[in-house]
Write a protein that binds this ligand. Structure first.
Ligand code: DHK
Length: 149
């Protein structure tokens, strides 16, 4: 019986098209590739991995994480910059939160420069590309071990 609490890895709108969506920005790897890399990086720790284009569903997934996850990696995509409801949900999460972006949002258009999620995230990772996701899993393990929020 695995005693380790799961980590949640949540992805927001349009990331279901990763690999086919603006590959010059987001690359050619798919979300299925990302999920496989994350599960490998997590080792024995269970991973709950989701993508949704719905703000309501993303918030429901954060609520599920509140009740059972040791830590959370979230790429909220466009909801990063628009959703106070998502911010309010994330504030309830007691474990470490890594806000993750494939691209360096700070080097892009100004509309991508103000993140509501950063107001509660433990740390932000941006610009590493899709191959940064497994690095975020390893970083989250460190934050969990340090009981960092
Ligand atoms: C993904 C998106 O879909 C955009 O809305 C963000 C983020 C950037 C990313 O780099 O993963 O602006």
């Amino acid at each position: 019986m695995n005693e380790l609490k799961p980590i949640y890895i949540l992805n927001g709108p349009n990331l279901n098209r990763l690999g086919r969506r603006e590959p010059e920005i987001y690359g050619h790897d798919t979300l299925a590739d990302v999920e496989a890399w994350c599960r490998q990086a997590a080792g024995e720790r269970p991973v709950v991995f989701h993508q949704t284009n719905s703000e309501e569903k993303l918030i429901d997934l954060v609520h599920a994480a509140i009740d059972e996850a040791a830590g959370l990696i979230i790429n909220p995509a466009a909801f990063t910059f628009t959703s106070l409801a998502l911010l309010d949900a994330l504030k309830m999460f007691k474990g470490p939160i890594i806000e993750f972006h494939i691209s360096n949002v700070h080097r892009r258009e100004p509309i991508y420069h103000r993140s509501y999620v950063s107001m509660t995230a433990t740390t932000v990772m941006a610009g590493l590309g899709a191959k940064g996701y497994p690095l975020a899993v390893r970083a989250l393990e460190l934050l969990i071990a340090e009981n960092k929020r």
